[in-house]
Design a protein around this ligand. Sequence first.
Ligand SMILES: C[S@@+](CC[C@H](N)C(=O)[O-])C[C@H]1O[C@@H](n2cnc3c(N)ncnc32)[C@H](O)[C@@H]1O
Length: 246
Amino acid sequence: MNYDDFADLYDHQYDVYRDDLHHYARVAEQAAGPVLEIGSGTGRVTTFLARRGVQVTGLEPSARMIERAQARAAQGGLTVRFVQGEAGTFRLEDRFATVLAPFNALMHLYTPTEQLQALENIHAHLVTGGTFAFDLYVPRFGKPNTVRHEGETFHAPDGSRTDVFLVQRHDKARQHVTTEYHVDTTAPDGTLKRRHYTLTQRYYTRFEMEWLLRCAGFESPRVSGSFQGGPLEEGSEVMVFTTRAL
Ligand SMILES: C[S@@+](CC[C@H](N)C(=O)[O-])C[C@H]1O[C@@H](n2cnc3c(N)ncnc32)[C@H](O)[C@@H]1O
């Protein structure tokens, strides 16, 4: 899954998303050592950690997402190392006290082989007893095959307005959700420009992930249904996993 096309839209959509930041900072600070963030995107979490004095490396496959992350770090006067690579195949000399994969980054691993390869590779980059923390959304979807507008409207200083419309398809047999984004920008003179992006995510059930973690050499995880540590229950929107490398 290549996020190059999404880089422009991503910060508009998610810059204001802060629910997870203090959770990941707490995890990183408790482990007290170098941190690797898998799928670091435009540096939303990476720079938050760096600002708090955490020594953090961001791993990210998309060159354009890295460019944005570097710009964000430079703007904040922060030192962050960004490495281009994928969860399943990256190789670093370092061994980390903590690996994080915030905001559904593992949902871009589509087959059991890719998932296990990535988890084993993450395990190999952790010190023994090192912490691995990540979150995944609970599989629950809006009306499929229907154009939706979920309130995402952005106003730019030049007076243009951008509206995000989406259509989702759900392939239950493959546990895939594909979202087609139609992004309409209307200039002040009424000219309309439409861009189109496709994003496919592979969703997980809670116990599927627990087994994958055990197979990759992690201890049985703590799973909660919020970033404040509440239980995972009917109605939870997120599954928050924390485990250790055995
Ligand atoms: C939803 S974004 C999350 C970005 C960032 N962690 C955040 O919280 O804002 C998912 C990120 O995972 C990255 N990604 C996709 N496939 C990946 C892979 N195989 N290995 C590592 N990262 C991947 C994408 O490029 C994207 O930047």
